[in-house]
Design a protein around this ligand. Structure first.
Ligand SMILES: NC(=O)c1ccc[n+]([C@@H]2O[C@H](COP(=O)([O-])OP(=O)(O)OC[C@H]3O[C@@H](n4cnc5c(N)ncnc54)[C@H](OP(=O)(O)O)[C@@H]3O)[C@@H](O)[C@H]2O)c1
Length: 327
């Protein structure tokens, strides 16, 4: 390498690190301001726009990317060069993830806040993304609330909390964002479910009787798998492949800590399994995985009548209908 090339490289490195330093300084100030004003922001609003995707850059949305598995997935996608839409409720933790991605490169990121216990916030979130992005290559529906505490909560929309946060809001968001996913084929939708699966009692979907946090969580997780099977049928032949999975058992994350369970696997293992569903072309759309292995889910996930009932209920509760290629 000649001197000019070395100088040029050194100059480029210096300007990159100066730019990163400036970016960090700007970001530190912005994060402090965001933390101060977060309580007054209108829900679903983009809090801080740090980076925009470059032309041709792959765009990935990871819901629930402010901690645990979602955080790790967002960091991995950023590290391979994607533009990552980081979603969550906690502005400070969202800022930390975005900062980490933007500082490390080569990818970039932005944070958006929306509480999935509010269908209005999910709608506003989706509308903001539709306005801000022309494409969505990867959608990872990861946001979730676990089984603890063992209390029945009702959302502002009047629905059982886990059913809405873990499933119904994902149903609404996915369908609203579908035009961008279809515009980005080949595209991928991954629903992060769980091995905890309990059949839905269609006479008591909101679990007013015999409630337990575990039942509510497991019902919502099976609903995600049923939704995945529906999507696979509706999107057949479009170039959008969908999959669902149990990422790993008792990863050391906030929901596991809240449940008081001893960790049995690592977040890296869960991220490896999820990234396999994001990247692999070696499975049939709709497949459910346990970790890295294709598995059969609870029987109800393969019951067309149960799936139709869930779909109709979800359309009724969200007011959205996606025709796809429904049979
Ligand atoms: N941990 C495990 O062993 C395990 C096992 C099987 C499946 N999973 C699944 O893996 C996914 C990730 O969970 P995790 O273990 O990483 O848990 P976590 O650390 O508790 O992270 C949950 C994420 O979901 C977001 N979230 C929670 N409630 C929300 C709401 N009302 N509105 C919007 N976002 C909300 C959180 O955002 P904020 O913190 O910003 O509110 C956070 O980013 C979940 O779908 C979970 O069911 C986990």
């Amino acid at each position: 390498m000649n001197n000019t090339a070395i100088e040029k490289r050194t100059f480029t490195q210096a300007s990159r690190s100066t730019a990163r330093l400036k970016q960090r300084t700007r970001w530190a100030a912005a994060a402090a301001i965001a933390a101060l004003i977060s309580s007054s922001l209108s829900p679903g609003t983009e809090v801080l726009a740090q980076e925009t995707p470059a032309p041709g850059q792959q765009v990935a949305l990871v819901t629930g990317a402010t901690s645990g598995l979602g955080r790790e997935l967002a960091i991995r996608l950023g590290a391979r060069g994607d533009h990552v839409i980081v979603h969550g409720r906690n502005v400070e933790r969202g800022a930390e993830v975005v900062d980490a991605i933007n500082a490390a490169g080569p990818g970039s990121a932005r944070f958006y806040r929306a509480d999935f216990a509010s269908l209005a916030q999910v709608r506003e979130f989706a509308e903001t993304l539709l306005a801000d992005y022309e494409r969505l290559d990867i959608l990872i529906n990861n946001a979730g609330f676990g089984s603890a505490p063992d209390e029945r909560w009702v959302t502002e929309d009047g629905h059982e909390y886990r059913f809405q946060v873990n499933y119904l809001s994902t149903f609404l968001l996915t369908h609203m964002l579908m035009p961008r996913v279809l515009a980005s084929v080949p595209a991928r939708i991954v629903n992060v479910s769980s091995g905890a699966q309990t059949p839905i009692d269609f006479d008591d979907v909101m679990i007013e009787n015999n409630f337990s946090g575990r039942r509510a969580y497991a019902q919502s997780k099976l609903a995600q798998i049923m939704f995945t099977h529906d999507l696979a049928e509706q999107l057949e032949g479009t170039g959008v492949v969908v999959g669902s999975l149990h990422p790993a058992t008792f990863m050391p994350t906030e929901m596991v800590r809240r449940a008081g369970a001893a960790p049995r696997s690592t977040i890296a293992e869960g991220a490896d399994a999820t990234m396999q569903v994001v990247d692999s072309d070696d499975f049939e759309s709709g497949q459910y995985f346990s970790g890295l292995t294709p598995r059969r889910a609870n029987d109800q996930a393969y019951d067309p009548d149960a799936r139709a009932r869930l779909r109709e209920l979800s359309e009724e509760l969200t007011g959205i209908r996606f025709e796809g290629q429904r049979r």
